[in-house]
Write a protein that binds this ligand. Structure first.
Ligand SMILES: CC(C)(COP(=O)(O)OP(=O)(O)OC[C@H]1O[C@@H](n2cnc3c(N)ncnc32)[C@H](O)[C@@H]1OP(=O)(O)O)[C@@H](O)C(=O)NCCC(=O)NCCS
Length: 191
């Protein structure tokens, strides 16, 4: 099947599909979501920066949204971290997630040895509750497993229940940068 044939197949098939690794799974609403490496669609970095800016502005290296976009645009490793996966619906980006070496900087030395981390999961409101978020998490898990890691980590303020449904386990409750957060781990043995 050529790439064009594959895209046509995807466009009429109600599945979540990541071309390189994830098994298709059914979607509600009959909408196809395809997940790509940011390396394949670098222009999506601008969308991701817009999504992240209100929430994660401090992540910009120079305090500007352009700086945030340029930093994200460089996260294109195919065989390591950092890398970003982008969910597309009808060829438009609707969500993303990053796999990074570490997501908690000092002063959290307790977690310094843990790697890698899932970071910045986001799906636009219009595309939520159709499996895109779960599919992005699954792709991130697969990539981490393929890199030889036995576990994947994240921290969250608000989405512990979402990750618990995806077999993530709570490692600790922590105070991070003045906020109460939950640190979680996903075993990758079965990913
Ligand atoms: C969390 C998020 C990525 C989920 O994306 P999604 O595409 O809707 O995810 P899925 O379709 O795979 O799963 C949706 C299910 O997760 C549940 N869910 C979503 N956010 C949740 C949360 N914060 N806590 C518990 N459950 C949650 C939904 O209620 C839904 O379950 P339901 O259909 O039984 O009601 C999306 O809501 C989002 O981008 N939120 C804002 C950013 C954010 O909170 N990111 C996580 C930071 S750690």
């Amino acid at each position: 099947m050529t790439l064009r044939d594959e895209r046509r197949f995807l466009s009429v098939t109600p599945i979540v599909f990541a071309r390189w690794s994830v098994n298709p799974s059914c979607l509600t609403g009959g909408v196809a979501i395809e997940i790509r490496d940011l390396a394949e669609c670098p222009e999506a970095a601008a969308d991701i920066a817009v999504w992240h800016w209100p929430e994660w502005e401090p992540g910009s290296p120079d305090g500007t949204i352009d700086g945030l976009r340029d930093m994200l645009a460089s996260w294109t490793n195919r065989h390591g971290v950092p890398c970003i996966f982008v969910a597309f619906r009808d060829d438009a980006p609707v969500g993303s997630v990053a796999l990074v070496a570490h997501d908690m900087e000092a002063p959290e030395p307790r977690y310094a040895g843990l790697t890698p981390w899932l970071s910045g999961l986001f799906v636009i409101p219009d595309a939520r509750r159709r499996g895109a978020g779960s599919a992005l998490v699954a792709v991130c898990q697969r990539r981490a497993a393929s890199l030889g890691h036995a576990g994947l980590y994240l921290y969250t303020q608000t989405a512990e229940g979402f990750y618990q449904r995806l077999a993530w386990e709570t490692v600790a409750e922590a105070d991070y940068e003045g906020e109460a957060v939950t640190v979680m781990r996903r075993s990758l043995e079965s990913s």
